[in-house]
Design a protein around this ligand. Sequence first.
Ligand SMILES: Cc1cc2nc3c(=O)[nH]c(=O)nc-3n(C[C@H](O)[C@H](O)[C@H](O)COP(=O)(O)O)c2cc1C
Length: 491
Amino acid sequence: MAHADLRDFIQAVEARGELKHVAGANWDVEMGSIVELIYREGKHPKPAVMFDETTGYAKGFRNLFGVLGSTWRIARTLGLPEDKTDPMSVADSWYKKSREIRRIPPKFVTSGPVLENSLTGDKVDVLKFPVPRFHELDKGRYFGTAHCVIQQDPDEGWVNCGTYRVMVVDNKTMALHATPGKHGNIMTYEKYFARKKVMPIAIAVGLDPVLWWLSCQTDTPWGVSEYDAAGGIKGEPLEVIKGEYTGLPFPARAEVVVEGECHPGEFVDEGPFGEWHGYYANRGLLPVPEPVIRVKAIYYRNNPIFTCSQPAVPPHTFTLMLAVADSVAIRRRLEAFGIPGVKSVWAHYTGSGGLFNVISIQQLYSGHARQVGLIASQYPAECGAYTVVVEEDIDPSNLDQVLWAMVTRARLDRQIEILPYCHTNNVHPAIPLKEKRATEHAVPLTAARVVIDACRDLSWKNDWYPIARMSPELRTKLLEKWKSVFSGVIG
Ligand SMILES: Cc1cc2nc3c(=O)[nH]c(=O)nc-3n(C[C@H](O)[C@H](O)[C@H](O)COP(=O)(O)O)c2cc1C
């Protein structure tokens, strides 16, 4: 694999011209808002943004946003070809590679760069780092937004790494927000709190981008550690250190690691925090009680790089990365069901979590499109989601083409399915606050999902009205003959 850790990776990003440096910004809203502007309004490829000399902090205590905010950075991370970096090509390469990967468990070591500095006892201070407050309406500062939370299943022994946001309460205490259905949530509530057991927890920031890629997507099943999956992608084991306080393995080359514990029955107000879909949709601007993390120890490298994500109205720092990840995860699931004829999948940048997914298929039998749509619709999105099935002449990533298929090929009375009572949780912005519960763990919420079959009816597809679109042969001929006309106009 091309990189040993985040620092190594960032050197390549700098050499490629995809790293932007900003000095002297304030951790309070300014840093996050600069990134928000770049990612929503800036040109592609969006750079990774490194902040230094942040207000109130010594030079060298840096923040890094948008680690995987370009297709080239995603391709480089996953060891994919770096010459074709349009989103569909990267998704396609990742789809092919992901089928071949074998898991490699991590290697335990006794030292590593993350142990260069430590803070324990009275010295514990999570605000030693320029932890941002991201948005104007956020109440707190968020330590964990581009990190992983490390927990161990006490029965099965496997270790989960998941990106669940972590808010600073005070210098020695934080709050954990893992939503229902997430492995970290199940472990917290079912495996520890329900049995009145104290839960050891570790948080690692500034991860190898492969581990970061894995920690924030749903493709690693229950019972499989993201450490093993990361080793598989890298082709070599990740190095981990066994934590002195928790016994949990944490990455030896991370930038910052926290060890701590959560006690059953100990909750604290968390939020409000601007979410990935662009709303304060948990309980609006009201806080929600979430588990307290008592911090026991902090380890960090010299001149640490504190990684961050800026969720906001999309597109934002992690929409592109989740579009690629979700597209491939959906395709793999259809494959696992043995569904033939799937040509490509694209999960559009609607925040994250696969909320508008388009699948192109070659229709092979009656009900094929509906079968694909119904299976794919259950991809674990956190809100209601749309699944649109189109034919193979439509590029799922091209919204013009997708809309054309939707408005011309579907008989709307027959080809739209609304599936009520599917999985969702408190972050759904279309569910009014009065229908949500004080804690999302009380009564599970559900929401509808929509499947749109935008394929021509198979029974008369071959007699369908002719399409007024030039043939591929004529296109090639014209592009060649009229080069001077198309030069600089068609890329
Ligand atoms: C930047 C970012 C922040 C996220 N924050 C949260 C969060 O606060 N809570 C949560 O439950 N999921 C959050 N997610 C989604 C989870 O990381 C994702 O669903 C992941 O698959 C969870 O891991 P698991 O499948 O092991 O539970 C976030 C994802 C990203 C990319």
